[in-house]
Design a protein around this ligand. Structure first.
Ligand code: ZNA
Length: 245
């Protein structure tokens, strides 16, 4: 029992450095030691509520997001469905969490402390406790950089299971959509994920705000797609990307 408990702990939040390296090494083209050093510099020895988005500029500059036209996938409140799909259909879609930095840091918590050289994974600020916390600033900075390189037809999976599928306070609305530029992005295809007991769909009034926030020249479309259809696309590699829904 004790072994099981300590193993659970070790796997769950085993020092973040080893998780960082083992995830990073799956991407061959990068110097993981250099990336770890730049990552640490962003928050180590700082008050964990005083890490601005800019702190991650050097890290992102060292592992820039590359444009993957017609495959880039954004999401809000649909994380599990989206990653269930992209894990199996990398030929069709790429999310931020499928990129080097996004995959290395997904689902991790980290922070530093003033006067310490260490990285902590417990006792860090909650997401909303302070805006400039190390985790939130990383995701804000990296989602901005990922959206900056969006091109061609872009897909966004929004949830039909919540009151307001396009919420102005989400990262998708506040950080990503404003960075889609008509010079690069041709079209935004919204996929409304319809689960059983869905309460909204493509007719939801909040989607009018989405249309209105798009840069002039970007075409908008929205399609209601059942969760099972999305899973089917993941399960059947023979389905062409364009025929998933
Ligand atoms: N992989 C991530 O943890 C992550 C990714 C975190 C934040 C943003 N992103 C980008 S932005 C992602 O690639 C999507 O394209 C965009 C989604 O951001 P969103 O529109 O704000 O969607 P969401 O479902 O509300 O939040 C996304 C993730 O952010 C969640 O799964 C959480 O990991 C985290 N998060 C957001 N709000 C909170 C939160 N965690 C704790 N408390 C919160 N209030």
């Amino acid at each position: 029992l004790i072994l099981g408990l300590s193993l659970g702990l070790t796997v769950g939040r085993r020092n973040i450095r080893s998780t960082f390296f083992s995830r990073c090494e799956k991407f061959k083209e990068h110097d993981c030691k250099k990336l770890w050093d730049l990552f640490e510099k962003a928050y180590v020895n700082k008050d964990p509520c005083k890490v601005p988005v800019e702190a991650y500029n050097p890290l992102i500059a060292a592992a820039p997001f590359k444009p993957q036209c017609n495959k880039m996938m954004f999401w809000s409140k649909t994380k599990d469905v989206v990653h269930g799909l992209t894990a199996k259909r990398k030929d069709c879609f790429v999310t931020l969490e499928d990129t080097l930095l996004g995959s290395v840091l997904d689902d991790l918590t980290w922070c530093g402390k003033e006067g310490s050289k260490d990285t902590f994974t417990a006792g860090c600020p909650e997401w909303s406790e302070c805006v400039n916390n190390p985790v939130r600033s990383f995701w804000n900075r990296s989602s901005a950089a990922f959206a900056d390189v969006a091109c061609g037809d872009v897909t966004a999976m929004l949830s039909g299971s919540i009151d307001t599928p396009f919420n102005s306070t989400s990262n998708f609305a506040s950080i990503e959509v404003p960075r889609f530029k008509a010079s690069r992005v041709k079209k935004l295809n919204v996929v409304m994920v319809i689960q059983k007991n869905a309460i909204s769909n493509c007719n939801h009034p909040s989607l009018k705000n989405l249309r209105q926030s798009l840069d002039t020249g970007i075409t908008y479309s929205c399609k209601d797609v059942s969760e099972s259809r999305i899973q089917e696309c993941g399960a059947k590699p023979e389905i062409a990307c364009g025929a998933c829904w």
